[in-house]
Write a protein that binds this ligand. Structure first.
Ligand code: 13P
Length: 215
């Protein structure tokens, strides 16, 4: 199971990655939330906090049963993060964003609900994988989202929530952030290419990436 053994390092990493995402426009206002798995619980960003201006000492500390034990009140999306940790033992971090292009795809009609963004680039396949389930719309903080995400996360490292945005897991926070960034870039490419004839990676090319870089 992936965990951060040093809570102080985990706090510093969360603040740095969150600020980096905010400064580059992946998160605006108070949108988005980030969590990491510790040996005996979790850290998650506080509700209504800006990812640009987090205080490491005020991050929400949860116990192993996801109950808040210290820090500011946790993100209303604890259910979303919990679903990944409980379903995917290798997940050490979860990143949820409302990043513009991925959220635009999440509002399109008629996309493939198992692969709403086609395999256009190798890094999208390597970081996100073959499946990116598009889940129905849930209001932010709706606990019903937890069961839907848990079901989808059995076969996927990331999901896209209709009209809301992506949720991405990774072994480490660096992995989850890099995957969320690749997802946003792939969404941008897909939207740029819509209406044009374009090439996607083929089945054999995807299998080769999985063989070389892990599936
Ligand atoms: P929180 O401020 O409660 O983390 O919610 C932000 C968000 O991104 C809702 O989806």
């Amino acid at each position: 199971m992936s965990t951060y053994p040093d809570e102080g390092e985990a706090r510093t990493a969360m603040v740095r990655f969150a600020a980096s995402l905010f400064q580059r426009g992946y998160a605006v206002g108070t949108a988005g939330n980030i969590s990491v798995r510790l040996e005996d619980g979790y850290l998650i960003t506080p509700t209504n906090s800006s990812l640009g201006f987090l205080d490491p000492a005020r991050l929400s500390r949860l116990d192993a049963a996801f109950r808040p034990v210290a820090g500011d009140p946790p993100s209303k999306e604890v259910f979303m993060h919990r679903a990944f940790y409980e379903t995917r033992p290798e997940a050490g971090a979860v990143v949820h964003l409302h990043s513009t292009m991925a959220t635009a795809v999440a509002a399109l009609e008629g996309v493939d609900p198992l692969a709403p963004i086609p395999p256009i680039t190798p890094y999208f396949v390597m970081r996100i994988g073959r499946r990116l389930p598009l889940l129905p719309y849930f209001a932010p903080g709706d606990p019903a989202m937890g069961a839907a995400i848990a079901e989808a996360a059995r076969g996927a490292r990331a999901v896209l929530l209709a009209n809301h945005g992506p949720v991405v897991s990774g072994k480490t926070l660096a992995d989850a952030v890099a995957a969320a960034e690749e997802l946003e870039e792939a969404a941008k490419l897909f939207l740029l290419l819509r209406g044009s004839a374009y090439r996607t990676l083929g089945v054999a090319e995807i299998a080769e990436l999985e063989r070389r870089f892990g599936g």
